[in-house]
Design a protein around this ligand. Structure first.
Ligand SMILES: C[S@@+](CC[C@H](N)C(=O)[O-])C[C@H]1O[C@@H](n2cnc3c(N)ncnc32)[C@H](O)[C@@H]1O
Length: 239
């Protein structure tokens, strides 16, 4: 089994917390051979309902700030308690990634799954909005939904069954994200690549019965998946 740690999180009750293709499995792939130090303080940026935060705290031992815009920190705290996470091991924070409410150089690392594409498409984002909160030498691990090849000028009809052109503009290819990452002056780009778990994470998501997963089935059942992938980006703050 390629992703054994995330398998324990593949229960109906826990998967009901996900807001897109299985973020725990994506995170396990993203963090294979990671270089984040033991006991690190990590920002789970765009943590959603907190399943990835539990994964980072329990499976990797990090202290996690679960920073998210749309979810309710009190509900997330109740979930962390239910999951038996010790008090203070995960701190839920209502936060806009564009205006993070932390001290400078606070984090050893940032891990962001299925959310960076909402705010990271601004070439200045990394230098101005995120890196100030990361320690020198700190690591940033990102997994985002993407396209095998950008096709925004001529969007395939299969994709338009589930998403508007505006929603599809959040997805781009490896070339786009490589160029975006290299515009950052304050971090070294360690890798930008297509991920392997794409089919598995989509299958886990499309089984869900929430309205978003049901909506996504239209495109995927029509073959839209052949245009899509997941992309990992790994950076290290200079200094
Ligand atoms: C598709 S959901 C994914 C959530 C979670 N990572 C998961 O995979 O289940 C996208 C998440 O991005 C977060 N997000 C979008 N824009 C944001 C912003 N500007 N600042 C912080 N979080 C943001 C939303 O709150 C939402 O939880």
């Amino acid at each position: 089994m390629k992703y054994p740690r995330s398998e324990a999180y593949n229960t109906p009750a826990l998967q009901a917390k996900i807001m897109g293709p299985n973020p725990v499995k994506l995170e396990e792939e993203l963090l294979q051979n990671h270089q984040i130090p033991a006991g690190a303080v990590v920002c789970d940026l765009g943590s959603g309902q907190g399943l990835t935060s539990v994964f980072l705290a329990k499976e990797y031992g990090f202290t996690v700030y679960a920073a998210d815009l749309w979810s309710d920190p009190a509900e997330n705290q109740a979930f962390f308690d239910e999951m038996g996470v010790p008090v203070g091991k995960i701190i839920p924070v209502k936060a806009d990634a564009e205006h993070l409410p932390f001290e400078p150089s606070f984090f050893d690392a940032v891990v962001s799954t299925d959310s960076y594409n909402y705010f990271g498409r601004d070439p200045k984002y990394l230098d101005e909005k995120l890196l100030p909160f990361v320690k020198d030498g700190g690591l940033i691990y990102i997994a985002i939904p993407g396209m095998k090849r950008d096709c925004h000028e001529d969007l395939p009809r299969e994709l338009l069954l589930s998403w508007t052109p505006e929603q599809l503009d959040y997805m781009h290819d490896v070339a786009y994200w490589t160029a975006m990452a290299h515009q950052c002056r304050g971090a070294e780009v360690l890798s930008v690549r297509e991920m392997e778990s794409n089919d598995e994470v989509w299958a886990d998501w499309l089984k869900q019965e929430n309205e978003y997963a049901v909506g996504d089935r239209k495109s995927m059942e029509a073959g839209g998946g052949k245009y899509l992938n997941f992309i990992s980006i790994v950076l290290r703050k200079k200094g």
